[in-house]
Design a protein around this ligand. Structure first.
Ligand code: HEC
Ligand code: HEC
Length: 474
């Protein structure tokens, strides 16, 4: 929640309609939204395609005027930077901490624009000591490495943990008098192979994914001759409360954009809200605001300024345009055929169709997501030992590949920036995770992608390049 919401809304509206290549906009946003993206063609290993993806990112086509206004309002909330009580210059949002990983949604979801993934330069380094904070920076957080969120695999007594342990605390900040809490001992956790990492997933086109009926996802679970021959199965993750399919996050662990946003607000930034109203750390001296810190503003004079931040985040993400692929070339067209022929498309389903949903722009649309949204056993090499919903330690959602050409870091932990390595990492025989890699001591079945990766390795140099060019064009 911010006192400056109105100014921000106007500011955001200006940005949405700003021209690509226009002058940088002033303001508190951590990344230049809708400005030109990186224009480097990633070369042989794919990478940012510099095509239309690099341009402005507006709302999805076909929204009503009122929906566009809501999108713009949501964008301003997504860009907002939080401090403990809203008193830090440039950080008018209220509710940061006591523990946090960053101070804005758009800071982590930054590349190639707000809603995206990890930016090239990690914003977690400056925030560690911002406004007097005294945090030390764990060695796995690097200036040119991905934004990382840490989960611990086990509790000290050996029982499963799996929860997010925030990197930083507000201790020492000028707006956090009286709060004295220590950061978790990350060095020990890493040494014990007990820390695993997750990087941000992008939310471009997320409203279309949210609008897929369960029946569309289930139709894809049916086996076919190619799946059977390749050993590919896959199953949906489900919500324990209403039983429907969950689909957001690396393990398809979350039901909706609003729930994900509410959870992220409390977990990543420490901002309590109407969905997650309880502080995760209630140490005396560290809770400086009444809860929930973000809430519906009952004294607002306009509808848009009355909505909570979590409502705004959900609207922004729901209406954010899907990634636009680069124009097809002869090579990328051959690559698309190979993608289907060798079986990548059995997990990375090229498209599904949305159901009849309230917003006409999202209703009965083809979604070119390149994912089946199902969980697959990916073998001990990728396993992170964390269970979420039905997803076991080695199961992950087929990552939606739309927009891939604009991502800088690949796989759930951002372990590589090399597309070929990301594909090769899909394969591993049954057994335990490699020495020195979390989690240890547990055995997993072989990866469902083994046969497909074997076929990938058998491609000629030209065919490999065609496939990489196709991926880079997404
Ligand atoms: C510290 C970095 C960080 C911040 C800040 C952050 N996120 Fe994320 N976000 C992540 C990571 C990491 C994931 C993947 C989480 C996982 O699956 O374990 C993610 C995933 C998501 C997803 C799931 C998208 C998909 O399809 O998988 C949504 C939605 C989301 N974030 C929304 C938000 C919103 C809204 C905010 C602001 C309240 C926010 N995030 C703030 C790091 C961050
Ligand atoms: C058995 C299902 C399956 C098959 C087959 C498969 N993938 Fe994947 N893919 C996944 C899953 C699951 C992930 C996420 C794994 C993780 O992050 O740990 C993923 C992730 C990726 C990523 C990284 C995306 C990102 O945002 O980091 C790329 C690139 C990719 N796959 C390309 C391919 C290509 C190319 C093929 C064919 C050679 C292929 N995949 C075959 C399931 C599959």
């Amino acid at each position: 929640m911010s006192a400056k919401l109105l100014t921000l809304s106007v500011f955001a509206a200006t940005l949405v309609f700003a021209q690509a290549g226009g002058p940088p906009q002033p303001g508190p946003q951590p990344a230049p939204p809708f400005g030109p993206g990186p224009n480097n063609n990633g070369g042989p290993n794919g990478g940012p395609n510099g095509g239309p993806n690099g341009g402005p990112r507006g709302p999805i086509a076909g929204l009503t005027q009122a929906e566009v206004a809501l999108f713009n309002e949501g964008l301003s909330r997504f860009l907002e930077i939080d401090s403990v009580s809203g008193t830090q210059p440039g950080a008018s949002g209220v509710g940061l901490g006591p523990r946090f990983n960053l101070n804005s949604c758009a800071g982590c979801h930054a590349q190639p624009g707000p809603g995206g993934t990890s930016p090239r330069v990690n914003p977690q380094i400056p925030v560690a000591t911002s406004f007097g904070a005294t945090n030390t920076i764990p060695n796995f957080i690097q200036q040119n490495g991905p934004v990382r969120v840490v989960r611990f695999v086990r509790n000290p007594d050996g029982t499963p943990d799996g929860g997010v342990h925030d990197l930083f605390t507000i201790t020492g900040r000028a707006d956090a008098a009286g709060c004295k809490i220590a950061q978790p001992d990350f060095a020990a956790a890493v040494q014990q192979n007990n820390a695993i990492f997750r990087i941000p997933t992008p939310v471009f086109g997320a409203g279309l994914i949210e609008s897929l009926p369960d029946s569309a996802i289930l139709a894809n679970t049916a086996s076919n001759a190619q799946k059977a021959a390749l050993g590919i199965a896959g199953r949906p993750n489900r919500n324990g409360n209403d039983g429907t399919i969950t689909r957001f996050g690396w393990k398809a662990q979350n039901k909706s954009l609003m729930i994900f946003g509410g959870e992220a607000y409390n977990v990543e930034q420490g901002v309590t809200n109407e969905l997650f109203p309880t502080e995760r750390d209630e140490t005396p001296g560290c809770n400086h605001n009444a809860t929930p810190e973000d809430h519906t503003n009952t004294t607002a004079t306009t509808v848009l300024s009355s909505i909570s931040d979590v409502t705004g985040f959900a609207a922004f993400m729901r209406f954010l345009a899907p990634p636009a692929p680069a124009p097809a070339t002869a090579s990328s067209t051959r690559g698309a055929q190979l993608f289907a022929q060798i079986g990548c498309a059995q997990c990375h389903t090229p498209s599904m169709k949305t159901g009849t949903v309230t917003s006409a722009a999202l209703s009965n649309q083809t979604v070119n997501l390149y994912s089946d949204l199902l969980l697959h056993h990916m073998g001990p090499n990728l396993a992170d030992g964390v269970s979420q919903g039905l997803a076991a330690g080695d199961e992950f959602r087929s990552a939606p590949l739309w927009g891939l050409g604009q991502r800088l870091f690949y796989l759930h932990d951002g372990r590589t920036s090399d597309l070929t390595q990301a594909i090769l990492a899909h394969a591993s025989p049954a057994g335990q995770s490699p020495a020195g890699q979390s989690p240890t001591g547990q055995s997993y079945p072989a990866s469902e992608a083994n046969a497909v990766v074997a076929a990938f390795k058998n491609l000629s140099a030209t065919a490999t390049q065609d496939l990489l060019n196709f991926l880079g064009s997404l």
